[in-house]
Design a protein around this ligand. Structure first.
Ligand code: T1G
Length: 693
């Protein structure tokens, strides 16, 4: 039973018991109504306490039920709250750990609320593209005041219970055992009448229009493509202007509208995708982890320094190794500068800065790393250099240490073979800037031990990264897909586009940065180096030569103040370059190609479906375990728009038959070799299925 009822003397206690977060699924809701009924029917019972088993009171409605009949199956959460509010005996919510979303709304429907300190209080629905749909927008302002409540609802931010102890949200904070305290409180108020109801609190907010207009302007500026934040303002405005029950109806309408939006489904997809990514079917969730108390990083360049910061930020002491004192000093100085910049933005105190700096030391001796529990190599992307490093590591590192490579494309199995302990070798592909980007591709080698993989996934969480497991292949998941994206961008230039047109179309679709601005930022020479290797290894893979022509001019991007665009000193703005545009037009002519006008739709479809098709191959080959893993890679590492849920989710929303039809259309274009449909895409499209089942 996901909600139990027990009688403690003359108090009836209902315990929510639906692990892991006491989600208010249908069974739990029915259990609460059943418990309240039994307490009301027993004349010996004078009051009711509702509490949560496990880590917290309740994490809210069961998100997995959304867009399914169960979500609205009676008793709905509204019905549960009405049964509680209309009970003729006092109902006390006893809160610990977490009271979020529908969980907090349930508590707001109770006559009284008590809590222990440290409980996470929030209405985070907006983070799922919806809004509190069971009275939260109407009741929370009545206990916290309009401004505090609106801020919590629009941001979804969590506030700790003790910070709200002086508000009407809580009638008492419980210092000792929650249940004992709640029972004592229930006895104390058992005969108090009338029963206080949040809905009866008058909400008085004079001159609301001015404040609400300010709130709308502020929210509109940051909401981007998400409709929910502004609707949150509308719902709270209704709490001020409408009668309570009218406000509830208005809130319900807004909720039902938002829960159907693609934006909300995308956010919920990302919510579950983030959590699913750390699950590996053949690695039991209770696999014992290796203890990570200290770390080492080989290389103090941009990546190495950023990686070292991740460990320090998580409180793990880390030693950075360089071969030259000058490089080591430069790395340590970069780290200090990064922290000082963060402190200047008010996101770090001096004390925190000093602590983190104190956790990072430098050395030029491999022996100094010997006792580290994990070491991450972040040296030049060249197999011969990796071989030297891993041979050294194999010789000095203590048994059981995890040997990780930050390689972005090289074969992790080959790197593992440089050691006598391939089971301890794994890929940890950080994204630049490594101390900022959330994505961590975790490359599982053929011989990587299961506990090494489990430990690295847990470490990813500890250093606040989204860890996504990839198999070994050229480019793993993200870079392998971005390769196809960049190929199409190049072909589009040959056929009639200029960089600005392609970037504008991609950015209008929602990418943080179009392919050419992104390449200028990362450095065009990186792609050039990889293509030169590819021309030898995979001559069958065609590329537009226009990017090579650009690099032959030394136009590597922002770092050379000239790339696809021109740049001015001290100005990161990208200015269209006549020289480059003329070069592109001349290149088309040299190919005998008649340039044509290309629509925004074609640009976006070719860029995005190139990702989707390669993603389907990656899924087929088992390089990625699930489609949502691919989406998490692209959402957290490549600036894919969150409101579209990731390339595979987006393809599902378009409909795979439509995606396949477009791919077949582009296969009739100038580069059919780049548009061979992935068999998995063809199968799913034929069966009317989706990537994200
Ligand atoms: N519904 C279903 N599953 C949930 C869930 C939820 N609300 N919250 C968490 N889970 C799953 C999660 O997917 C994971 O599953 C496991 O629980 C542990 O989660 C009417 C409509 C509560 C702070 O948005 O913020 O109420 O991977 O790893 O770090 O107005 O979960 O184990 O299979 O995150 O301890 C509003 C979302 C819902 C809260 C706990 N509530 N959850 O953090 O565990 S909408 C939320 C969280 C709503 C009403 C509306 C966190 C947490 P698995 P976890 P955690």
């Amino acid at each position: 039973m996901s909600a139990t009822y027990q009688e403690h003397g003359d108090i009836g206690v209902i315990t929510l018991n639906n692990p892991p977060v006491n989600g208010l699924g249908h069974a739990t809701r029915a259990g609460i109504v059943d418990g309240v009924g039994r307490a009301l029917d027993n004349p010996a019972i004078k009051a009711i306490v509702i509490t949560g088993a496990g880590k917290g009171f309740s994490g809210g409605a069961d998100i997995r039920e959304f867009n399914s009949p169960k979500a609205l199956q009676e008793p709905s959460l509204h019905t549960v709250i009405r049964v509680i509010e209309e009970a003729d005996k006092p109902v006390v919510a006893a809160i610990h750990g977490v009271a979020m979303g529908g969980g907090l709304e349930l508590a707001l429907g109770c006559h009284y609320r008590v809590a222990t300190a440290g409980a996470q209080i929030a209405l985070p629905e907006v983070k799922l593209g919806i809004l509190p749909g069971a009275g939260g927008t109407q009741r929370l302002p009545r206990v916290l005041g309009v401004e505090t409540a609106l801020n919590m609802i629009v941001t979804g931010n969590t506030v700790l219970s003790e910070k709200l102890s002086a508000t009407k949200l809580f009638d008492q904070m419980i210092a000792g055992d929650l249940i004992e305290g709640a029972l004592a409180f229930a006895k104390k108020i058992a005969d108090t009448r009338p029963l206080p109801k949040v809905r009866d609190i008058r909400l008085n907010y004079p001159n609301a229009d001015g404040y609400l207009q300010f709130a709308r302007n502020t929210v509109r500026a940051v909401a981007g493509k998400f409709p929910a934040p502004l609707k949150c303002v509308d719902a709270v405005a209704a709490a001020i202007s409408k009668k309570f029950d009218d406000g509830i109806r208005y809130e319900r309408d807004l909720f039902l509208e938002l829960v159907q939006t693609t934006e909300s489904k995308a956010l919920r997809h990302a919510f579950f995708g983030e959590r699913a990514a750390s699950k590996v079917p053949d690695v039991p969730s209770d696999t014992p982890l290796r203890d990570i108390q200290s770390a080492g990083v080989i290389g103090a360049g941009t990546m190495g320094a950023g990686i070292a910061m991740n460990f320090a930020n998580a409180g793990i002491p880390v030693k950075m190794l360089e071969m030259k004192q000058e490089a080591l000093d430069k790395g340590l100085a970069t780290i200090r500068k990064n922290y000082e910049n963060t402190m200047k933005k008010g996101k770090l105190t001096q004390e925190q800065l000093d602590k983190r700096i104190g956790l990072i030391t430098g050395t030029m001796a491999y022996a100094d790393l010997a006792q580290a529990d994990i070491v991450v190599e972040a040296v030049f992307e060249d197999m011969a250099v990796k071989e030297k490093v891993f041979t050294q590591l194999d010789a000095v590192m203590k048994p059981g240490a995890i040997l990780a490579s930050n390689t972005s494309t090289l074969d992790v199995d080959q790197i593992a073979a440089f050691t006598k302990r391939p089971q301890d070798v794994i890929g940890t592909h950080f994204f630049s800037p490594a101390n900022v980007m959330k994505l961590l591709e975790i490359v599982r080698g053929e011989k990587t031990a299961k506990d090494v993989l489990a430990t690295t996934l847990a470490l990813a969480k500890k250093i606040r990264k989204t860890g996504v497991v990839s198999g070994v292949c050229d480019g793993f998941i993200g870079n392998r897909m971005v390769e196809q994206y960049i190929r199409q961008a190049g072909f589009l230039l040959e056929e009639g586009c200029l960089p600005e047109q392609v970037d504008k179309a991609a950015e209008k679709f929602g990418f943080a940065m179009g392919p050419f601005r992104m390449s200028d930022l990362a450095g065009n020479d990186i792609g050039w180096y990889i293509r030169k290797r590819r021309y030898i290894e995979k001559p069958e893979v065609t590329y537009s030569k226009v990017a090579d022509l650009l690099c032959e001019k030394g136009r590597f991007g922002q770092k050379t103040s000239a790339g696809w665009y021109d740049y001015k000193a001290g100005d990161r703005k990208a200015y269209a370059s006549d020289e480059v545009n003329q070069m592109i037009i001349a290149h088309s002519a040299s190919l005998g190609m008649t340039r044509r006008k290309i629509s925004e739709q074609e640009i976006v479809e070719r860029l995005v479906y190139a990702l989707v098709n390669e993603g389907a191959l990656i899924l087929e080959e088992g390089i990625a375990m699930r489609a949502s893993d691919i989406d998490m890679v692209y959402l957290t590492g490549y600036g894919f728009p969150l409101f579209r849920g990731g390339p595979m989710f987006y393809a599902d929303t378009v409909g795979l038959p439509n995606v396949l039809m477009s791919i077949r259309k582009y296969a009739k274009g100038s580069h059919p070799e780049a548009w061979k449909p992935a068999p998995l895409l063809e199968i799913l499209a034929a069966e009317g299925k989706a990537f994200n089942a």
